[in-house]
Design a protein. Structure first.
Length: 208
C-alpha cells in the first residue's frame, strides 16, 4: 500500500480553490474598471496638453476659430476645449463581467444642446461640412470682423460655405499607444493583484 501525505501549504491551496470562482470574477471586474480609468486618465491628459501627451499633437485652432469663440463669449483657446463639455463627458461605465466602457456616454449633451457623441465623432475622425449661411450667421460674422478691426463680411444669406474640421483624435492614439499586448499584461497583473496573491504576484508593467 502506498500512502500519500500532502505537505506544504495545502490548507491555503484548498481555501483558494473554494473561493477562487467568485474571487476571480470580482478580480477581473475590478481589473477592467482599473484599466478603464487608466485609459480615461491618459485621454484627459491629452485634453490638457492638446494631444501631445500621446505623441500626436492636435492641429492648432485657426485664428478665425479663436475669433469666433471670443465673439461667442468663450475664453478657451485650446482645441476641443471651448467650454470643457467634451472633456468632462469622458466617462467609465461598467459593462458585463470583465468589461468596461471608456468614452462619451450615449445621450450626453453639451450646454449648447449638441449631442456630445456627435461632437466626439467629428473631432476624432474629422469632417467636411457644407451649409448655407443664415442671416443670423452673417450678423455674427460681421460682429466678429468689427471686433477684430475688419470690415463687413462678403457673405450673404443663402451663400454656401464649406467648413473643414480636421481630425483631432483623442481616443485612438491612446488605444494605439497603451493597448494591445501591453494592455493585456496590465489586466493580468491587475487581476493577480486583486486576488491578493492567491495566484501569485505579477508586477504591473510600466504605464507612464
Amino acid at each position: 500500500m502506498i500512502r500519500i501525505v500532502p505537505f506544504g501549504q495545502w490548507a491555503l491551496a484548498s481555501r483558494a480553490l473554494k473561493v477562487l470562482p467568485d474571487r476571480i470574477k470580482r478580480a477581473i471586474d475590478q481589473a477592467a474598471i482599473q484599466e478603464a480609468h487608466f485609459y480615461r486618465a491618459k485621454v484627459l491628459r491629452g485634453f490638457a496638453t492638446s494631444g501631445a501627451s500621446n505623441g500626436r499633437p492636435w492641429k492648432p485652432l485657426k485664428q478665425s476659430t479663436l475669433e469666433n469663440r471670443r465673439q461667442a463669449g468663450i475664453s478657451g483657446t485650446k482645441p476641443l476645449m471651448a467650454r470643457g463639455d467634451l472633456r468632462n463627458s469622458i466617462s467609465v461605465v461598467k459593462g458585463g463581467i470583465g468589461e468596461a466602457f471608456v468614452g462619451v456616454k450615449r445621450g450626453a449633451m453639451g450646454r449648447n444642446g449638441q449631442r456630445l457623441t456627435d461632437v466626439a465623432a467629428v473631432h476624432e475622425f474629422g469632417k467636411t461640412i457644407t451649409q448655407r449661411v443664415t442671416a443670423r450667421q452673417v450678423a455674427f460674422f460681421n460682429a466678429r470682423n468689427f471686433a477684430a478691426g475688419r470690415g463687413r463680411t462678403s457673405l450673404k444669406p443663402g451663400d454656401t460655405i464649406v467648413i473643414r474640421v480636421p481630425a483631432r483624435p483623442f481616443l485612438g492614439p491612446v488605444i494605439s499607444k497603451y493597448g494591445g499586448r501591453k494592455g493585456q499584461e496590465r489586466i493580468m497583473a491587475r487581476t493577480a493583484a486583486n486576488l491578493g496573491g492567491l495566484l501569485g504576484r505579477v508586477p504591473i508593467p510600466h504605464t507612464a
